[in-house]
Design a protein around this ligand. Structure first.
Ligand code: HEM
Length: 171
């Protein structure tokens, strides 16, 4: 689909426009790594086409999570660059949402349909963003310790809550 290629090209033009994002696509000598750039364009375009074709099966969230992890945990060949900041993932998704809304508005005669399609796309892309960002979150869960401070509440979830009783909301 031509729109998917145009959209991918627009996302990459935007990456290359700003030094903060451009640096992830440069070789050690500061030149654009064309081979890798083409490969990455294909990856983004594949992801976009997968979303357009709605090839969403049980493995889909795992693939999206793996993609998030590739961005948050740099592989050894670009370890020196660190993580791709999560705000750029958010910004990219926003860029893609805007570009898709433009395509739908321009290509669909029925503007109400274009609006509804755009809303649906926004929701689906937000779900994907949530999974991509799960690759960034590093929570360290610990066991709850009872609070016995006279001054504060004894239980952060309310008096009726006991360990193993779910949320306590039904008590
Ligand atoms: C909506 C946001 C984004 C999506 C959906 C996305 C998608 C992808 C996908 C599917 C791959 C291939 C992953 C793999 O090989 O398993 C990839 C790789 C890559 N992306 Fe993104 N990307 C996004 C944002 C960004 C941003 C903001 C940057 C940098 C500014 C970036 C830089 C890269 C790089 C450097 C690679 C190659 C990873 C490697 O070193 O192997 N991406 N991206």
């Amino acid at each position: 689909m031509k729109n998917a290629d145009d959209l991918t090209a627009a996302v990459y033009d935007n990456f290359l426009k700003f030094p903060e994002t451009r640096r992830f696509f440069l070789e050690a000598d500061g030149e654009i790594d064309e081979v890798r750039l083409t490969r990455r364009k294909h990856s983004l375009s594949r992801w976009l086409r997968g979303s357009i074709d709605f090839k969403i099966d049980d493995d889909y969230p795992i693939r999206v999570l793996a993609t998030g992890i590739v961005h948050s945990h740099p592989p050894s060949h670009r370890a020196h660059l660190g993580s791709i900041p999560s705000r750029f993932m958010v910004a990219s998704m926003s860029f893609i949402q805007t570009a898709l809304a433009d395509v739908l508005r321009d290509e669909l005669e029925d503007q109400d349909l274009a609006m509804r399609a755009s809303i649906a796309w926004n929701k689906m892309l937000m779900l994907q963003l949530d999974i991509l960002l799960a690759g960034y979150v590093s929570e360290t869960p610990t066991e709850a310790v009872p609070i016995n401070d006279e001054k504060g509440p004894k239980n952060p979830f309310g008096e009726g809550f006991h360990r193993g009783s779910g949320t306590g909301a039904d008590r």
